[in-house]
Structure formats: C-alpha cells, structure tokens
Design a protein around this ligand. Structure first.
Ligand code: ADP
Length: 265
C-alpha cells in the first residue's frame, strides 16, 4: 500500500506491495550485437575463400580436366585461398587466447631490445622482397618489462609487417626504443617502441576504428596483401593485457607511427 506508506502510516500487514525493478540492458544488448556481428564477419571471411575453392574444384572436375596449364593456375589460386583461411583461423585462435587470459597479467622478464632485433631478423626476407628497409634507430641496452615474450614479439611483428605491407615497394621503416618517464599516458615509468613508416598514411576518420576486429580501410587491398583484418585487434588486446597503451599518429600522405608504451614494473 504505497499511498499509506507515503502518508507516514504503516502499511496493512496483508497488503501486497509492488516492486518495480529497472534493469539497464543497453550493455547486454550491445554485447549481443557485437557477438552477432563478429560471427557474421567470421562466416563471411571464411566463406569467401571457401566459395572460390569450391568453384575451382568444380572447374577442375569439369571443363579444365584435360588442360594442364589451366589446372596448374587454378591449383595455385586454391592454394592461396586455403592459406588465407589458415591465416584467418590462426589469427582467430590468437585473438581468443589473448582475450581468454586478459585478466591475468603476464610476469616473465622480457627484453624489448631483443624482441625488436628478432622481429627485424624474422622479417628480413619480407622487407628484401619489396626492396624496403627496416632500421632500428634508438637502442637501449636494458629495457626489461614484465610480460609474455611471444605476445610482445607478435605485437612488434604485426606493426612492422603492416608498415611493410601497406607501404609497398621501397618503404622505409624505422623502429625506436626509448624510456618514457611519466609520459605516454602511463602513471609511472615506461618504455616506448615506435614503428614509423613513410607509407601512404591513414585518414584521421579511420584512426579510432583501426583496432576493431575486421576493420579495414581498403578490404580489397588488405586481402590482396594477405591481411585478415585482425592484426591490430590482436595488438590492442595484448597491450591491454600488459597494461600498456597503443598510440597511432598518421595523416594521409605523411606516413604513420604506431607506438606501444609498456609500463616498467
Ligand atoms: P589487416 O590484416 O587488414 O592488415 P590490421 O588490423 O592489421 O588488419 O590493420 C587494419 C587496417 O589498418 C588495414 O587493413 C590497413 O588499412 C590499416 N593499416 C594498418 N597499418 C597501416 C600502416 N602502417 N599504413 C597504412 N595503413 C595501415
């Protein structure tokens, strides 16, 4: 009996109260929407190469059966498409792994100088193939953070790979490592790895969305370059797990700088 309670009288013992319960479902709905979008994106990304493979299988079983030249070309395309699916599944697994353990902070001592040198070594054939160069400008002999070496290697690899991929022929990529005390959005001391390229640059309207899963500026170009649209989403998750920051500075025609700032613990 809400009326009698509001007049300061005791509610009769037998009265049935009314309870009104409000629940904000905006977040739940947003998460649900994100999940649906993700599943639909994954299905689309897997279906595109699968459709191509199935189409070529049919052609190889039919009209191209006795044409060795066409068969060889179609088998090459099928192999490329299968590799694309493989890369996508690999990136999806990486993403789900880093999301799963995102609340636990990795605690192994990791030497950032060694990580950068390993990435340059691993990608030397990629940079040579496009007549590009990767230089390591500022170097710190001691830059140890607490983290997961494999994941930090993946972060730097993805950033340098992107710089080479989107820069095209004759790109120059500069990597630097410096100490940032109380700067870069961190409360305490940190280390900053910056990957700078002189590629095409990115229009400011895209920058805030680059770390979303499957967000690409030019889907066709990304696919052509072997991209899955998940590289920067993985980078962001790994950096969050290390309580670090990712900074993207770019402008069309002016190249890009992707910086990772990791706290010193
Ligand atoms: P992808 O697999 O497509 O490379 P990413 O998540 O790594 O996906 O990158 C998202 C998009 O950001 C790319 O499709 C590309 O358009 C853009 N991008 C990333 N790095 C660079 C860069 N260094 N220069 C220009 N564009 C870039």
């Amino acid at each position: 009996d809400l009326a009698s309670v509001s007049r300061g009288q005791a509610a009769p013992a037998a009265s049935k109260g009314v309870m009104i319960c409000f629940q904000d479902v905006t977040e739940v709905q947003q998460l649900d929407q994100m999940r649906r979008e993700f599943v639909s994106n994954v299905s689309h990304e897997l279906r595109t190469p699968l459709t191509a493979i199935l189409g070529f299988v049919e052609t190889l079983q039919g009209p191209a059966r006795n044409d060795p030249k066409a068969s060889e070309r179609f088998l090459g395309i099928m192999s490329d498409e299968a590799n694309r699916m493989n890369r996508l599944v690999g990136d999806l697994l990486s993403l789900s792994r880093v999301e799963e353990v995102s609340r636990m902070r990795p605690t192994d001592p990791v030497d950032l100088d060694q990580i950068i040198r390993a990435v340059i070594r691993n990608l030397s054939s990629v940079s040579e193939a496009s007549a590009s160069t990767v230089s390591y400008a500022e170097q710190l002999s001691t830059a140890t953070v607490s983290g997961d070496a494999d994941q930090l290697l993946q972060v730097v690899t993805n950033l340098v790979e992107n710089a080479l991929k989107y820069g095209g022929e004759n790109t120059h990529v500069e990597i630097s490592l410096e100490c940032v005390s109380g700067r870069g959005g961190l409360k305490g001391d940190g280390y900053k790895i910056a990957v700078k390229d002189n590629g095409p640059g990115i229009d400011h309207i895209h920058i805030a969305r680059l770390t979303e899963r499957f967000y690409r500026i030019d889907s066709h170009r990304s696919r052509e370059m072997g991209g899955t649209g998940l590289g920067l989403a993985i980078v962001k998750h790994i950096i969050n797990r290390h309580r670090g920051r990712l900074k993207i500075e770019s402008a069309l025609g002016k190249g890009s700088v992707f910086s990772v700032i990791l706290p010193v613990v």
